[in-house]
Ligand binder design. Structure first.
Ligand SMILES: NC(=O)C1=CN([C@@H]2O[C@H](COP(=O)(O)OP(=O)(O)OC[C@H]3O[C@@H](n4cnc5c(N)ncnc54)[C@H](O)[C@@H]3O)[C@@H](O)[C@H]2O)C=CC1
Ligand SMILES: Cc1cc2nc3c(=O)[nH]c(=O)nc-3n(C[C@H](O)[C@H](O)[C@H](O)COP(=O)(O)O)c2cc1C
Length: 174
């Protein structure tokens, strides 16, 4: 079951750039690290993600690119809600847990969570959390692009952000 509308129009994927060439180039694009969580009828799940960006402020909307082979995929699509938890420098180990093959209960046991308005788990000490409802999605290659309407924002004070750059974690603003 899939509660989020998905546009099936194929996207032109022709490119002369190799997969490895693209990844090597993308490794030079530093990015904030996030833990994306969901909860609802399909259960709790979460994954680490750098492919997150702002779409528009009117109405407040984010996009997330989720690999369709990820273990969280069905839960995210069936629940139709996500919380984007932006990580601080204190969350390096947590990111590794949510980015690997770790069982879901072990991932969530490593931190404290609260419930946002959508029911998705909010990381208690995140830099900022965006609690969202998924309103549209589009498949592109291996990934599904999720368009997410922001329902609630919670911000907190933190010394430094967690950044992923050249295949390693860095602390920004420490
Ligand atoms: N957007 C994504 O799906 C990302 C997935 N990852 C996962 O973490 C693993 C380790 O990543 P790295 O240490 O950075 O080394 P890597 O060489 O596998 O990836 C380098 C960069 O390429 C991009 N990338 C990697 N896999 C991708 C994918 N399937 N689709 C689109 N972009 C992708 C990301 O920007 C990543 O930081 C990756 O192999 C992948 O499984 C990591 C970052 C982003
Ligand atoms: C730093 C980092 C960033 C990641 N960014 C993304 C991302 O933006 N989109 C995505 O689908 N997977 C991303 N991943 C991979 C997922 O977190 C996860 O490892 C992958 O979906 C496999 O998880 P599974 O074992 O639960 O299937 C990233 C992993 C790491 C370590």
């Amino acid at each position: 079951m899939n509660s989020v509308p998905t546009f099936s129009q194929p996207v032109n994927l022709v490119s002369d750039v190799s997969q490895q060439g693209f990844r090597d180039a993308m490794a030079k694009m530093g990015a904030a690290v996030n833990i994306i969580t969901t909860d609802g009828p399909a259960g709790r799940a979460g994954f680490a993600a750098t492919a997150v960006c702002s779409v528009t402020d009117s109405p407040a909307t984010l996009l997330i690119c989720l690999n369709r082979t990820a273990s969280v995929f069905n839960a995210v699509m069936e629940n139709g809600v996500v919380c984007v938890n932006v990580l601080t420098s204190a969350h390096e180990n947590l990111s590794s847990l949510f980015g690997g093959k770790t069982p879901v209960d072990e991932r969530f046991a490593a931190a404290e969570w609260q419930e946002g308005v959508t029911g998705a788990p909010m990381l208690a000490d995140a830099m900022v959390s965006f609690d969202c409802r998924i309103i549209e999605s589009q498949d592109v290659g291996t990934h599904r692009v999720l368009f997410c309407a922001v329902q609630q924002i919670r911000e907190q004070e933190a010394d430094a952000a967690l950044v992923y750059y050249k295949r390693a974690y860095h602390h920004l603003g420490a």
